[in-house]
Design a protein around this ligand. Sequence first.
Ligand code: GDP
Ligand code: MN
Length: 402
Amino acid sequence: MNIHEYQAKQLLAKYGVAVPLEIPAKSLAEVRPAAEKIVAGGSAKIVIKSQIHAGGRGKGTFKTGFQGGVKVASSVDEAVSLAEKMLGNVLVTKQTGGDGRRVQTLLISEAAKVKKEFYLAVLLDRAAGRPVIMASTEGGMDIEEVAGKHPEKIFKEWIDPAVGIMPYQARKIADALGLRGDPFNAAAKLIAGVFKTWWECDAALVELNPLAVAELRDGKETVVALDAKISLDDNALYRHKDLQEMRDFNEEAPLEIEASKYGLNYIKLDGDIACLVNGAGLAMATMDIIQHFGGMPANFLDVGGGASKEQVTAAFKIILSDPKVKGILVNIFGGIMDCNVIATGIVAAVKETHLGIPLVVRLEGNNVIAGRKTLAESGVAIIPGDSMADAAQKVVKAVGSP
Ligand code: GDP
Ligand code: MN
């Protein structure tokens, strides 16, 4: 699950990370008082930032033609007039795809006097089996581009999960960024806070791009998180009630939201053969074998290890709401699951949805004899598949793919 920049910064601030003074605004009426507060806080300029779950906002373009999803205003009036051009409109960036995202929240922020921009992220290094902190002097830029062209400009520090981040490691990173004096000390504290946020929230990614050295009013320098992105690990969300509440359904595909209500893992694709499978690995293999025999999968759908009748029915409805779907392949290996339960679910779902397209079912495993009997005696038109290859060939043939 992804959260917005303003939510990410609220979390980071809780763990001692320095962030600018900023206020989210969900309507135009909220923009003026927010901007007034920023000015009263001592900032002459006001930054207005579109809140969408995608990066590249600064260089993005609204569908209205208005340039830039991140703008700086010199007065409250200007902030309001910029906000009018952003709020409610669709912003297209390098990361949104052509459809773009509708901006429904703005972040009204103090304008930091930026001296230098850095990149800082915490993520899991799967190969090393431990968290890694990545830092680079090339801040504000596309980090994939830096990784491709100048991998030597990315500094990495691995963290022992049993110990957590040691103070010397945070200092090592601050040093690698070339920081000295006040910003060095501030960065060491900030880096420890960023790691703590990642750890305590069960995040998959915490990314500050840019992390900035900024000049304070007294002329001293410090570091501050100017932009923040946090992706949370869905599998750990159950133990974070407060984080679950940060979910923004406006940012998610409607069918995928519906699927997640039933504990189904669904991703829509472009083909015409829908698949319903238990287990992510088997679902991937099913998509592969459909392609192998010349078909195109319409989706990825993992019903999990112990699908119920309700889940199977919901899965059918979700599959069928994609108008491109011309056939369905159900591929179930009953390890934990009872094949007869799934067979009963399939029959009920076919009847309830008045299924009118070819359905191929391959069942294997626990209580499969009873399951096959249920399907055969159900009176509904189901094409049985003997093996994965057989089932895939049958469904490709049935939808008339080459
Ligand atoms: P992104 O384009 O979606 O990554 O959005 P960012 O939050 O990174 O904003 C884009 C750029 O705007 C940053 O790289 C900064 O250079 C600039 N920016 C954002 N906030 C401030 C600020 O408070 N002061 C100044 N001077 N620049 C800012
Ligand atoms: Mn950014």
